[in-house]
Ligand binder design. Structure first.
Ligand SMILES: [Zn+2]
Length: 459
């Protein structure tokens, strides 16, 4: 009984879980189109006796629930793939198929690890008569920073008491750091078309507006906080030089360590866009494509996850895993690896390893990883923590063909088993000792300081 049984149950399910992760890897689907992946997980969990709850208007999202009463604990899963990432399980760059998509972020493992954890927990909850509600959240579209934000807006996380997840990377460590809050937005300008040589005076150029907006935004850079990031691409700049463009569009990302900073910079950027429209006598339409919060990483839950990682022990990599890992590892120089690992705040000695075969402990609680995750929104609604597991050889950058190859290999699969056990063990601890849930909630309330989550779409 207890955790040993829990970990055994996950091991007994190894083939099912690895097959599921492999099937999702072989059928990569982009954001909000994860029909096969979500269907596979949904059907499996329904068969295990979970109650399946749909998320209105989000076809590829679902919640699988079991048990009853408090506490309510959730595990977040993802399954979307990335465009341009198709790759065989090989150390030579070669597309797996012509789908154009591939699991360069390992989300085939991410969701499946969660499925493995909740399936085992359900069995144990029944035999040990454990009180509480367990949920698996099938979350689409992480790569476009949208799935969990859309789900959060529908209130599906509101009654949770604690929530955990994991993410593929190349170390076994708790992510105690935050991530950058972000707004992804489009500014579309409309002008008046005209012959650029014969009647330029009749035209009002939407492209001029885009260019003037970008000039304004580039001046804005000097007057925002140092850690803010502003990036853009022109998605429509007109059709031909001899036609005054009547339509033009620019797509911006604004990132900053705190949501409030993103909000403030966004408002200033909107003024710049309005100014550009005024200067060019065009009209401007603003669209918030996606937005998410920074991350509050629960220290209480993080500590519990760390203890569980230690209890589980590092991923069980095989001889083949090391052989394949060495081949992949040889494709990256030590310098490149160092750059990647510094973004994860990795200790130096990890760089000497092909695969991370230990549990790493770092205090990154004051640090911010220079990316954005939609789990940030969840972390502002409920105490949240996540770990990473060594899914790829040390120094592998996410969103690369090497990451796709490793995510479909034994390395990824064995890292997933480790993550599933760690998450299951953590949830088990929370159910068995609800004072830990109370502690996580107390920490959360203190850090929020009375702030109530508002969706980026409702700000
Ligand atoms: Zn990812």
């Amino acid at each position: 009984m207890g955790k040993k049984t829990l970990f055994d149950l996950i091991d007994q399910n190894e083939k099912v879980l690895k097959d599921m992760a492999r099937t999702i890897w072989e059928n990569p689907e982009g954001a909000f189109n994860e029909k096969k992946a979500s269907g596979l997980q949904r059907d499996y969990l329904a068969k295990q006796g979970f109650n399946i709850i749909d998320v209105p208007d989000v076809e590829t999202a679902f919640i699988a629930e079991t048990g009853q009463g408090k506490p309510v604990i959730g595990i977040l899963g993802e399954y979307d793939a990335l465009p341009g990432m198709s790759q065989k399980v090989s150390s030579v760059k070669e597309a797996y198929d012509n789908s154009g998509y591939g699991h360069g972020c390992g989300h085939n493992l991410l969701g499946t690890g969660g499925v493995g954890a909740v399936a085992a927990l359900k069995e144990l909850m029944e035999t040990e008569h454990i009180k509480g509600t367990l949920r698996y959240y099938g979350c689409p579209a992480e790569e476009t920073l949208s799935g969990k934000v859309v789900m959060a807006r529908k209130g599906v996380f509101d009654d949770l008491d604690a929530c955990i997840s994991w993410h593929p990377a190349s170390m076994n460590v708790v992510w105690g750091c935050s991530f950058l809050a972000v707004n992804s937005m489009k500014f579309a300008f409309k002008g008046i078309p005209a012959h650029a040589a014969a009647a330029p005076q009749a035209g009002r150029s939407a492209l001029d507006a885009v260019e003037l907006m970008n000039v304004g935004a580039n001046y804005l850079r000097e007057h925002v906080i140092e850690k803010a990031r502003i990036h853009y691409v022109i998605t429509n700049g007109g059709m031909a030089p001899n036609i005054v463009p009547d339509n033009a569009e620019v797509w911006y990302y604004v990132r900053a360590p705190r949501r409030a900073d993103v909000r403030e910079i966004t408002e200033r950027l909107k003024k710049i866009a309005q100014g550009a429209a005024m200067m060019t006598e065009t009209t401007m339409e603003y669209e918030l494509v996606a937005g998410c919060y920074d991350v509050i990483a629960s220290k209480t839950l993080g500590e519990l996850m760390h203890n569980n990682m230690v209890e589980v022990g590092p991923p069980k990599f095989t001889k083949e895993d090391y052989e394949f890992g060495s081949k992949l590892s040889a494709l990256t120089t030590k310098d490149e690896k160092k750059k990647v690992m510094s973004t994860y705040f990795a200790p130096d000695h990890v760089l000497d390893k092909v695969l991370c075969d230990e549990i790493i402990e770092i205090d990154d609680s004051d640090l911010i990883m220079a990316g954005s995750v939609d789990a940030g929104d969840v972390s502002y609604i409920v105490p949240f923590a996540q770990i990473t597991a060594a899914t790829w050889p040390v120094g592998t950058a996410a969103h690369t063909w090497i990451a796709t190859a490793s995510s479909g290999s034994g390395i990824g699969m064995n890292a997933m088993m480790f993550a599933a056990k760690t998450m299951a063990g953590t949830v088990y601890d929370l159910f068995k000792d609800t004072t830990k849930v109370d502690a996580a909630k107390a920490e959360f309330e203190k850090r929020l300081g009375g702030f109530k989550y508002i969706s980026p779409f409702d700000e």
